[in-house]
Design a protein around this ligand. Structure first.
Ligand SMILES: C[S@@+](CC[C@H](N)C(=O)[O-])C[C@H]1O[C@@H](n2cnc3c(N)ncnc32)[C@H](O)[C@@H]1O
Ligand SMILES: [Zn+2]
Length: 269
């Protein structure tokens, strides 16, 4: 089972031709040696290298591989096993370097990951060759309508209209967003008055909320490198002074809460 990509320029189906994907209008997209395809035409880019840069992607890979967020990965895989069609098609929307994506691969499903950051997709494709990775923008997905049984988003933008379009009737959308106390101890190092995360985001109105759970646990970050890697994954990293970074770099056993809000929605049949 392979993803049914459509041309991001004219929406016609794409087929494999030598080492590229082509549509009937001769729009062509190369399949890279690192096992991914770039379906983000230049005219869709708002900057030269949109999304996370190489240093951010490397930091994320290093941090995630230490297992600090594995409890979250386990929870979302459990829900997939419980509710999802594990022989169906799954999309990780804003997949980064593929840490959660590849953990959803079974012998019988098809797993796709898309992200706007080329460096992240390159790293994902190279390491996890059983999954299908592509550079795309979530605001205009290069997939057919109703192609996916399961779509999830971990800390990435939620594009409700596009997500609903590519989901099959009865398909599921799982979202992971920050809960109130997420990384509060790290924030307190940076802000004088660290604010709690605002959880009151608009629910997804066109889908039915099936389950909601808060996952909160304490992490002990073994090394200063782990703490700096985590910092670089946050939107407040750029606020940290050199003095704070130097202090965190020397830290050992920094204690910090992970606090996630996980929601599962279903598209009406
Ligand atoms: C906080 S990271 C999360 C990555 C991954 N889900 C994880 O948890 O490791 C957010 C991701 O969303 C991607 N992203 C942001 N805007 C996007 C867009 N418009 N289209 C596709 N990906 C986007 C970024 O490049 C980044 O990899
Ligand atoms: Zn085309």
């Amino acid at each position: 089972m392979t993803p049914e990509y459509i041309c991001p320029l004219c929406q016609a189906p794409l087929s494999i031709f030598n080492r590229s994907l082509k549509c009937e209008h001769n729009h062509s997209f190369d399949i890279a040696k690192e096992h991914y395809v770039n379906l983000l035409p230049v005219q869709f880019k708002h900057s030269k290298d949109p999304g996370d840069n190489k240093a951010m992607v490397n930091a994320r890979r290093e941090f995630l591989e230490k297992g600090y967020y594995q409890p979250l990965a386990n929870l979302i895989k459990d829900w997939y096993q419980e509710f999802g069609n594990v022989k169906g098609k799954l999309l990780d929307a804003g997949c980064g370097e593929g840490f959660y994506t590849h953990q959803h691969k079974t012998d019988s499903n098809a797993v796709c990951g898309v992200d706007i950051a080329k460096e992240a997709i390159k790293k994902a494709g190279k390491k996890y060759q059983a999954c299908h990775f592509s550079v795309q923008t979530l605001s205009k997905l290069a997939f057919n309508d109703q192609d996916f049984d399961w779509l999830y988003s971990v800390y990435a933008p939620i594009l409700e209209g596009e997500f609903i379009r590519v989901l099959k009737p009865g398909g599921y959308l799982l979202t992971v967003t920050p809960a109130k106390q997420h990384l509060i101890e790290l924030k307190e190092k940076i802000y004088d008055n660290a604010l709690l995360h605002d959880e009151d985001k608009q629910p997804i109105k066109q889908l039915t909320l099936v389950r909601e759970e808060r996952l909160n646990y304490k992490m002990t970050l073994a090394t200063g490198k782990d703490t700096l890697n985590l910092l670089s994954m946050t939107p407040f990293a750029f606020k940290a002074s050199q003095q704070v970074k130097d202090e965190l770099a020397k830290s050992e056993g920094f204690e910090c809460q992970a606090d996630f809000l996980v929601k599962l929605y279903q598209k009406p049949t």
